[in-house]
Write a protein that binds this ligand. Structure first.
Ligand SMILES: [Zn+2]
Length: 240
């Protein structure tokens, strides 16, 4: 079931108070001049993408965001047992469920890396509760994906999703030499990725920063210390 899509661009409305129509018959004049829903968040537009790309080409900007990594577990083993069609259907279902969950909480589906997804919340659509939004999106993925995966994978084995989330300041800009890529970098990104690799299938691990910010909305959780590659001291992670 597709989530309800915004009729006007949320980014342009929030930043510029401009009603840019993305859908419906009235959006035709916008489409003629190349303004379409963004592929990273269909509730924002290609003008937003361009605008941010330009801002960032000039200089990288520091933004307070929440970064979410979701990774498909058991996929490699399963891909040896299933037909290529079923494997690609499973991967599509995973990307679909992640995209719907992320977009319905105003996040940006920044990248897909193999069988993992990276999302950023609070950019370009600003939301005070971005940590909460990321946790709610993660819960939706954990709730929805198994329903579809079960039907696809059948008795062939278990697939599940491991999710890691961190909040804080990142540098947003265009990075990379061969292929310039609009993305976030910084410790927050690394820690979110590490938390994701620690998460078991079906689990959401969040850092203290996310826990403290989202506490009032998503409830308290208990922490356990994890030794993470690249981090000198054990890091407490909370199962959300
Ligand atoms: Zn826009």
């Amino acid at each position: 079931v597709a989530a309800r899509r915004s009729v006007i661009c949320k980014g342009c409305w929030q930043q510029l108070r401009l009603p840019i129509l993305l859908r419906g018959p009235a959006s035709a004049p916008f489409r003629v001049v190349g303004i379409r829903p963004s592929r990273m968040n269909p509730n924002t537009c290609t003008v937003c993408e361009l605008m941010f790309t330009r801002v960032m080409r000039a200089r990288k900007i520091a933004v307070d965001v929440t970064v979410l990594f979701a990774d498909l577990r058991g996929y490699t083993a399963l891909s040896e047992k299933l037909s290529p069609e079923d494997v690609s259907e499973l991967l599509d279902a995973f990307y679909d469920e992640c995209a719907e969950a992320i977009w319905s909480h105003d996040g940006l589906l920044n990248k897909t890396i193999g069988d993992a997804v990276m999302a950023v919340f609070n950019f370009p659509i600003r939301r005070d509760g971005h940590a909460t939004n990321a946790v709610l999106a993660a819960r939706r993925i954990q709730q929805q994906f198994p329903l579809r995966a079960g039907a696809l994978a059948g008795s062939q084995g278990n697939v599940g999703v491991g999710i890691g989330i961190d909040s804080g300041e990142v540098s947003f800009g265009e990075f990379g030499r061969a292929h310039r890529d609009l993305t976030a970098i910084g410790t927050v990104v690394n820690l979110a990725a590490r938390a994701q690799s620690e998460a078991a299938a079906g689990q959401i691990l969040i850092t203290r920063s996310v826990h403290d910010r989202a506490l009032a909305d998503v409830g308290a959780a208990t922490a356990s210390d994890h030794v993470l590659k690249g981090f000198e001291h054990p890091v407490p992670l909370y199962a959300a």
